[in-house]
Design a binder for this molecule. Structure first.
Ligand code: LLP
Length: 416
């Protein structure tokens, strides 16, 4: 984490968070460039000497500056929509390093990705194989294909972000995978290049990854015996981060366990999202007012669930950092937003002395923060700023109220 206290004031790298809030206003997303670079290198270092491709999962944080930074570090990208592909290309990402995941790719998205020349489609169903073959045939192209296998392992994470169980919608059941591969190999406009899996997100243990990868390798060997030779194995994303007291393996520890399982002739593809960006980010809000109803003390910020959904959607516990260090001690309070929903909270039962006008930051907000934000209650979305050393760059302007209804229109007079 790149934040720390200096003279009792919260800093991100060498920038004072209070000064940034003054300059750019609140709510404000701040990202540390150094933190992203270090996280990327933590994956890249142990992979040296292996054929590999780190495909950053764009959904975690899709700001063009973040994508551009990762592209410059050599990253590929894991996308789940045509919109994400367009972002990657606008940010200077190389389409040849893109893998395209997702259970519901449209024909238009397939055509867009085929024309862009992506590395491969991570196909999630037999229906998708047929559709992709047809779209590629129309364009006179051959689609590179990996099949996403559902290995039926328990990722031991929150049920909304577990994806590798047989009751989940993702992937093709591993028992049905050999048939799907045979079918893919028989379709003239598909070329089978790999196998992939993604078992869930915010995993804090290595064992479920190991179990899943072992099953994939068994499948790969079986396919090879059937004459279907793969060139890559995509182990997905999912490595957890420490928000408060979790102790996930580091990328190096995780890779030390999983890389030896994978035959050296296979290119290792990874799809980390959260682990690259979560702890680079802070969401900063200002206290509008406080209230004590005799039962509970509430600290009401100018930011809430519309800017950061994770606490209410996943009961996620994210660190609360008063911008003035001393305010991290104080009466037990709920940190809430202004949105008209009971679920509009960012933290519960935290010691916090902040009063009107004070600033409070939420840590770990670099992943699935801004990308999941909304304009609910007609709240313009936050500004985003990239910090590097003592410099700060606005990478997304704060929305205006006019942005809120751009594209809407009044009914014609005659229609009422
Ligand atoms: N690959 C695929 C196919 C995925 O579905 C995902 C995440 C990733 C990679 C990246 O996973 P990561 O390394 O970030 O764990 N909004 C939730 C997380 C949803 C994850 C969805 N898929 C949250 O805020 O916890």
């Amino acid at each position: 984490m790149m934040h720390r206290y200096q003279n009792q004031q919260l800093m991100l790298e060498d920038c004072s968070v209070a000064a940034l809030a003054e300059r750019f206003g609140t709510p404000l997303y701040l990202y540390s460039q150094v933190a992203i670079e270090q996280a990327f290198n933590a994956f890249a270092e142990p992979l040296k000497g292996r054929k590999h491709l780190i495909c950053y999962a764009v959904k975690a944080n899709s700001n063009l500056a973040v994508l551009n930074l990762l592209a410059r570090l050599g990253a590929g990208f894991d996308i789940v929509s045509g919109g994400e592909l367009a972002r990657v290309m606008a940010a200077g990402g190389d389409p040849a390093k893109v893998v395209f995941s997702g259970v519901g790719k449209t024909r238009a998205e397939m055509a867009q990705a085929l024309k862009a020349g992506i590395h491969c489609f991570n196909v999630e169903s037999v229906a998708e194989l047929d559709r992709l073959n047809a779209v590629a045939a129309e364009l006179g192209l051959v689609a590179p294909v990996s099949i996403r296998v559902n290995p039926d392992v328990d990722a031991k994470t929150h049920p909304y972000i577990a994806t590798g169980l047989k009751e989940n919608k993702f992937g093709i059941d591993i028992r049905m995978a050999p048939d799907a591969f045979r079918k893919a190999a028989s379709l003239p406009h598909l070329k089978v290049v790999g196998v992939d899996c993604h078992i869930g997100s915010q995993l804090t243990q290595t064992q479920p990854f190991v179990d899943a990868i072992k099953r994939l390798i068994e499948l790969e060997q079986q396919l090879q015996a059937d004459g279907i030779v793969l060139s890559h194995l995509d182990i997905g994303g999912g490595l957890g981060v420490s928000y408060t007291d979790e102790q996930p393996p580091t990328p190096a520890q995780y890779l030390a366990q999983v890389l030896p399982l994978i035959p050296a002739n296979l290119t290792v593809v990874l799809e980390p999202g959260r682990a690259l960006v979560a702890n680079a980010g802070l969401l900063v809000g200002r206290v509008e007012m406080t209230k004590d109803n005799g039962f509970k003390r509430f600290v009401i910020l100018d930011t809430g669930m519309n800017d950061l959904m994770r606490p209410t959607l996943y009961q996620a516990v994210m660190p609360v950092l008063a911008v003035k260090e001393a305010q991290n001690q104080g009466p037990v309070s709920d940190l809430v937003g202004p949105v008209c929903e009971t679920g509009d909270w960012l933290a519960k039962d935290v010691p916090l002395a902040a009063e009107e006008g004070d600033l409070v930051a939420i840590g770990g907000a670099g992943a699935y923060g801004f990308t999941m934000s909304s304009q609910y209650n007609s709240r313009p979305r936050a500004a985003e700023v990239m910090v590097r050393g003592d410099e700060a760059l606005l990478i997304r302007q704060r929305e205006t109220v006019e942005n809120l209804w751009a594209g809407e229109q009044l009914l014609p007079e005659a229609s009422c």
